[in-house]
Design a protein around this ligand. Structure first.
Ligand SMILES: [Fe+2]
Length: 225
């Protein structure tokens, strides 16, 4: 039987190192420090791993390829994710399921929560592997060429890119390519968008603050696409 809590702890230790190395601005470094403080509490806490009931989505067809491509980036982090892979419960934002931004989006998008609020009110698929109150950590997977339109949420967010040379945009600023290992910080309620290029995009996300409110797609971006 997989020691999920141990596997999550090893993943978080590795994530902390990759985040510290990837923070390039003072604001990013401050955000990384805050997330690291919350994650260290989780690593030493007594939260119990729940029995895993894994679930998959169509986008999971890109999981192995995304992990394999991480050889050029944070390969150690990908190794910990590979160990967690069979236990992950893939899910989708209910706002997007209700109104997909394009017909193919739900075939090419999904996320899995590794640590976060237990939330008995949540659907089974959206529950974390390990309970945490002040922080949510998980993985986002996008298929090649997928456009994830501008969206926003009240939580403060950091993405750590594991593999995939995608383009990222904050507000109305120009698109920027972010390589594996890069850290992307989104302040609360800042709209942001992502588009995967020829490869799948695999990124770890961290949320703090309002963990209960799902992201909402920007109406303007929906109308333009
Ligand atoms: Fe976000």
């Amino acid at each position: 039987m997989t020691d999920i809590h141990g596997a999550v702890r090893r993943f978080l230790l590795s994530l902390g190192e990759v985040l510290t190395a990837g923070a390039t601005t003072h604001a990013d470094a401050v955000a990384v420090d805050e997330f690291a403080r919350l994650a260290s509490v989780l690593r030493t806490g007594s939260s119990q791993a729940e029995a895993a009931m894994p679930g998959i989505l169509p986008v999971c067809r890109f999981w192995d390829e995304a992990l394999d491509r991480a050889a050029d980036g944070p390969a150690v982090l990908a190794g910990h994710l590979r160990a967690l892979g069979p236990s992950l419960r893939w899910t989708q934002n209910p706002n997007y399921r209700h109104r997909p931004p394009d017909p193919a989006f739900l075939e090419n998008y999904g996320y899995a929560v590794i640590a976060g609020p237990a939330g008995d009110d949540k659907p089974e698929a959206a529950r974390p592997l390990v309970a945490a109150d002040a922080l949510a950590v998980g993985v986002l997977l996008l298929g090649p060429g997928t456009y994830y339109p501008a969206h926003h949420h009240p939580a403060s967010e950091i993405y750590c890119i594991v593999s995939g040379d995608a383009e990222w945009r904050r507000g109305d600023t120009p698109w920027r390519r972010q390589p594996p290992g890069a850290v992307v910080h989104h302040a609360p309620n800042l709209s942001h968008a992502t588009r995967a290029r020829a490869e799948p995009l695999l990124a770890v996300y961290l949320w703090r603050g309002d963990l209960a409110t799902c992201a909402t797609l920007l109406e303007k971006d929906l109308e333009e696409n």
